[in-house]
Design a protein around this ligand. Structure first.
Ligand SMILES: Cc1cc2nc3c(=O)[nH]c(=O)nc-3n(C[C@H](O)[C@H](O)[C@H](O)COP(=O)(O)OP(=O)(O)OC[C@H]3O[C@@H](n4cnc5c(N)ncnc54)[C@H](O)[C@@H]3O)c2cc1C
Length: 383
């Protein structure tokens, strides 16, 4: 059963907790959160995480990966998010970009891109969102036109994690070619070449350790052999990749909610008001009770979706349920933790609650907003 963590999952928890203790990830996360703008990508930190095997945690072993299950991967993300949510995001992007190659790439593409990405020698990004294609992701304006053995790409991508520095990306665009219908396809694009402009987006609200980029593509060449899977199937590949990735965001939210809960519980026992710890006040107890219910339900939905993934079952509805519920539960928990901390929650000199509050907010937005998750769940149920 999902509620009873098994020895493998416990081993992941122990591994990540020990790593976070050894490298003082809580302190590192705060330092990176406070670095001045424009925030530079933390290459050294990325390399430490890559060397420890976290970037390739669930890549198949034949491509140099860790071969971990979905449940183990999501447990790893949950634990990192507990210590520093942005570190869990930094790790998850290699997973997000690697998944389409694992599932749809041929041996050539796996050898060229997946293997170096597994070791952290190649930083990749997932290039779906455009200025006019966010929730409406099929409205891609980036186009590829045929030119001999190459495609010539023109377009623009925004909000791309690591897009400011990534060396290669999984690009979604429309391919204009004789006989091909105007549908989205997927290519792997090398980003360190002429015609590519990469820029760091500044003054992000939270999740600052991982950087976010804006990419312009002007007459950029991509060899035709860099096509992932079949022409015209790219939108399906993007949605299938996001189904899996949404469980990761749910796990990130569970980690955030657990930390907010632990901080609030501990603070409520120490903070005195009217001659007694505030934990003695029923108003505070109710907040703690409500937080614990939200947290546990979020965790169960997340593990359930992970287990379904591992069993090879269809999990699109459950992934959307987990993402929707867990990210909103994390929003509830960080808000209540702030309330319980009073002024000491609002000022980051005194507590981590303000940072958790800022880091949590985007979980309800990226990889499909809460509204889009509701749409996915309802449309699957009403089929
Ligand atoms: C920090 C960060 C990192 C990101 N990383 C990546 C990345 O690595 N790669 C990538 O490709 N993208 C990435 N994104 C993009 C992210 O997935 C989009 O921001 C998200 O999908 C929402 O799109 P949008 O911002 O254009 O909002 P819009 O689509 O403009 O939505 C605005 C509002 O309208 C609502 N809305 C829109 N359509 C509907 C509908 N049909 N029904 C009900 N409500 C609707 C939305 O829910 C939202 O409330 C990232 C975004 C952020 C902020």
């Amino acid at each position: 059963m999902a509620y009873n963590i098994d020895p493998k999952q416990q081993a992941v928890r122990d591994e990540v907790r020990e790593f976070c203790r050894k490298h003082d990830i809580i302190k590192k996360g705060v330092e990176l959160d406070r670095r001045p703008e424009p925030a530079q990508f933390p290459f050294d930190y990325f390399n430490i995480l890559a060397k420890a095997g976290f970037m390739k945690y669930s890549y198949p072993t034949i491509y140099g990966g860790g071969g971990k299950s979905g449940l183990e991967y999501n447990t790893m993300i949950e634990e990192f998010a507990y210590h520093d949510p942005a570190t869990s995001l930094l790790i998850s992007i290699q997973q997000l970009a690697g998944q389409p190659i694992i599932h749809y790439g041929n041996d050539y593409l796996k050898e060229k891109y997946l293997k170096p990405a597994a070791n952290g020698d190649l930083i990749m990004c997932f290039m779906l969102t455009e200025p006019e294609a966010g929730s409406d992701a099929s409205n891609q304006k980036t186009v590829a036109t045929s030119d001999g053995d190459n495609y010539v790409i023109n377009g623009e991508k925004i909000f791309i994690m690591h897009g400011d520095i990534a060396e290669a990306g999984v690009l979604f665009c429309k391919i204009k070619e004789e006989g091909i219908r105007d549908r989205v396809s997927t290519l792997i694009i090398d980003l360190k070449q002429s015609g590519v402009t990469q820029r760091t987006l500044e003054y992000k609200m939270g999740m600052k350790c991982a950087t976010t980029g804006h990419i312009k593509l002007e007459n950029v060449l991509v060899p035709k052999k860099n096509l992932l899977g079949e022409l015209g199937k790219g939108f399906r590949f993007a949605m299938q990749t996001l189904d899996g990735a949404r469980i990761g965001i749910a796990a990130q939210a569970v980690g955030i909610a657990q930390r907010a809960f632990d901080e609030a519980l501990s603070y409520s026992k120490k903070r005195m008001a009217f001659g007694a710890p505030i934990a003695k006040l029923q108003a505070i107890q109710w907040m703690i009770a409500d937080m614990s219910c939200q947290l546990e339900a979020a965790r169960m939905l997340t593990y359930k979706a992970s287990l379904m993934w591992d069993r090879g079952e269809k999990f699109g509805t459950e992934a959307a349920q987990a993402k929707l519920f867990a990210t909103e539960a994390a929003g509830f928990c960080v808000d209540k933790a702030m309330q319980i901390h009073g002024g000491y929650g609002f000022i980051e000199e005194f507590s981590p609650i303000g940072k958790l509050y800022r880091d949590q907010r985007v979980t309800e937005i990226y990889e499909g907003t809460s509204e889009i998750q509701r749409l996915v769940i309802a449309s699957n149920l009403l089929k």
